[in-house]
Write a protein that binds this ligand. Structure first.
Ligand SMILES: [Zn+2]
Length: 209
């Protein structure tokens, strides 16, 4: 399997392209022209099977509507409810984004087969109500969206639907996984012993939230 990180505007969200028997893109950023040009270096857009959104914030998901009919769009059901309730407007960015209906509504516990790799869906509310993380159990990879970042950092809880208690519980859930590599929604990727970073995030979140 091949993994490619694409850092996408507007706020340097990490998007991850997984190429195996199937092809999946985890998060898309907010600029379809940018992300589609980046993808074309590795795949024909028609080869994309899944777009999986870790959550619905503008910087991760605003270009998703443009992938409708190109790939199956998957996101957590609570996140889709939030998007609909906000009429696809981002209160924080003061902009609206192209409306879409997901092809797959997740609730956590599903497994998305990419080929050799499979992605287990873990519901991790806190940063937003329908945030998810994706865990590859063989490789011990965790795609953590904005729930947890490297070096003991974690997602903000002051956006609509944010919940500090829920975030701590979610990080606690993640801290029980064996995680070798951490692929967060922003900034540095950690390759090797990433569980340490999650345990640090849990400790700091418990102190400050
Ligand atoms: Zn976010």
């Amino acid at each position: 399997m091949k993994l490619v990180r694409i850092v996408a505007p507007p706020l340097a969200a990490n998007c991850y392209l997984l190429i195996d028997e199937k092809t999946a893109l985890i998060d898309v950023g907010g600029d379809f022209e940018f992300i589609s040009n980046a993808l074309k270096k590795y795949i024909d857009l028609k080869e994309l099977d899944y777009v999986i959104l870790t959550h619905s914030h503008y910087d991760h998901a605003a270009a998703a509507g443009f992938f409708k009919n190109l790939a199956k769009i998957a996101m957590h059901k609570d996140e889709y409810s939030l998007l609909k309730a906000q009429k696809f407007a981002s209160l924080f960015f003061g902009v609206s984004f192209k409306q879409f209906e997901p092809d797959i509504l997740l609730s956590g516990g599903e497994s998305i087969e990419i080929g050799e790799a499979k992605l287990e869906v873990i519901h991790t509310p806190g940063h937003s109500p329908g945030s998810i993380c994706l865990y590859e159990p063989e490789k011990k990879w965790l795609f953590s969206g904005d729930t947890v970042f490297a070096y003991g950092s974690f997602g903000r809880v002051d956006f609509p639907g944010g919940d500090a208690r829920a975030l701590i519980n979610s990080i606690e859930k993640l801290s029980k996984l064996e995680v070798e590599n951490l692929y967060p929604g922003h900034e540095d990727v950690i390759e090797g012993n990433a569980k340490e970073h999650i345990l640090k995030s849990l400790k700091i979140a418990k102190m400050f939230l």
